[in-house]
Design a protein around this ligand. Structure first.
Ligand SMILES: Nc1ncnc2c1ncn2[C@@H]1O[C@H](COP(=O)(O)OP(=O)(O)OP(=O)(O)O)[C@@H](O)[C@H]1O
Ligand SMILES: [Mg+2]
Length: 400
């Protein structure tokens, strides 16, 4: 069994293999792991050839050699010269290993506003979620006077959770645009660093920045990679980051007033329970798979400006995609589009996207939320956090 924080990072790396920060964080954990089996198990779950540069591979391979995992060490070792020549298009770098050098410059980048100008109008369906967000997030910031009058604090935290690809990040982007507050996004990959003390300092800097620009929303996407449950196997690096985050969320006096913490995760059960106490992520919002209206909306959006057959029946597609996430719908439309392109000869002979192409696409793309909902069901049944999974339980009762 992998320690929970190692497992969390391995899962995240599999999802986002090019994210160097995540690998750094994992590496830090593995370097300090007292049980060498953990190193082998974690690295056997990641495919080295897909992902990493020479430097990471060599470091991982050395770690495995120290752990007497010869076979796996060879797999992670440097790419053989013949393969390098073959892949010369992909430019394999041979940077020297500068591990002893102190980083010249801290690379923390915090985005004040997210790139995309998404508004609530672009989020289809999910009326219940939207109204909760308006009530719990937008209204307090847009009517600070009203809150003062009722002596209600406009701060604390809201954690959005739900299956992957169902709009959590998108909702946060909409919040950024609709709330009269500074919006600061914090990604785990911007925080983690192998140098002792650097990660904690970066966490503190995010809060300092938010306090200097109140009112502010501090958004932690994939928050499980920072707020991970502490376990027996923990290393100092992880514990320090987690406790810095906890302390900063507490704040001294009223320094966190008018700062809202917004978190998004698809593994709420991996988050340390200390984060669920008052003043931290004390409210939760379940972001479910898109309902009918949302699916119809997303489909329209995905098909907009594309050559579509007159008789394409989007109603049937909407009916057949119950449980599809937004990301699954995107994959479905992409597959149908690819079939249409295959059949189109040139600009003069374009085959529009038709029911038949969707029929073929349905053979390839399936709903991905079922597995998540199954897992979530068991966690919610055994959870001791009163109220945390209420929305989810209600959803499962209706759709289970
Ligand atoms: N209700 C919706 N309306 C419009 N688009 C949606 C909706 N739900 C999901 N999408 C689309 O689905 C895709 C995935 O959404 P997003 O990245 O926000 O999901 P997520 O919940 O953050 O996933 P993850 O947990 O994997 O980070 C995006 O392209 C988004 O535009
Ligand atoms: Mg996301």
């Amino acid at each position: 069994m992998l320690p929970s924080e190692v497992k969390t990072l391995v899962d995240l790396i599999k999802k986002d293999p090019e994210n160097e920060g995540l690998f750094k964080a994992l590496f830090m954990l593995l370097e300090n792991a007292s049980d060498s089996k953990v190193i082998a198990e974690a690295l056997s779950k990641i495919e080295p050839s897909d992902v990493y540069g020479e430097e990471e591979r060599i470091k991982a391979s050395e770690l495995l050699e120290d752990a007497n995992e010869e076979e796996l060490a060879a797999k992670w070792g440097p790419v053989p010269v013949e393969e390098v020549i073959e892949q010369s298009d992909n430019v394999v770098s041979f940077k020297s290993n500068n591990a002893e050098e102190v980083p010249a410059e801290d690379k923390l980048q915090i985005q004040d506003r997210l790139g995309k100008d998404i508004t609530f109008d672009e989020i289809g369906g999910l009326e219940h979620v939207k109204s909760q967000i308006r009530r719990k997030i937008i209204k307090p910031f847009n009517n600070p006077g009203l809150f003062k009058k009722f002596k209600r604090r406009a701060g604390g935290g809201v954690l959005m959770y739900g299956p992957p690809g169902c709009g959590k990040t998108m909702i946060a982007q909409a919040v950024a645009n609709e709330c009269n507050a500074t919006f600061i996004e914090v990604k785990a990959s911007d925080i983690w660093d192998k140098w002792q003390g650097v990660s904690e300092r970066r966490v503190a800097e995010c809060f300092a920045k938010a306090r200097a620009q109140k009112p502010a929303v501090l958004f932690f996407d994939e928050v499980e990679a920072l707020a991970m449950r502490r376990g027996v196997e923990d290393t100092r690096g992880v514990t320090n980051v987690v406790s810095t985050l906890l302390n900063e969320m507490n704040g001294f006096g009223d320094e966190n007033e008018e700062i809202l913490f917004l978190g998004a995760t698809n593994v709420p059960w991996s988050i340390d329970s200390a984060f669920k106490r008052p003043g931290r992520f004390d409210r939760t919002i379940f972001v479910p798979p898109p309902d009918r209206i949302a699916r119809s909306f997303i489909l329209k959006l995905l098909l907009k400006d594309r050559p579509v057959a007159d008789d394409l029946d989007t109603k049937i597609i909407v009916e057949k995609t119950s449980g599809f996430s937004g990301a699954d719908l995107e994959a479905l439309v992409d597959a149908a589009v690819d079939y249409a392109i295959d059949d189109s000869e040139d600009m003069d002979d374009i085959k529009p996207i038709s029911n038949d192409y969707f029929k073929e696409a349905f053979q390839e793309v399936r709903s991905s939320t079922g597995e998540w909902l199954g897992l979530a069901k068991s966690y919610s049944e055994y959870s001791t956090h009163d109220g945390m999974y209420d929305d989810l339980k209600e959803f499962l009762k209706k759709h289970g």
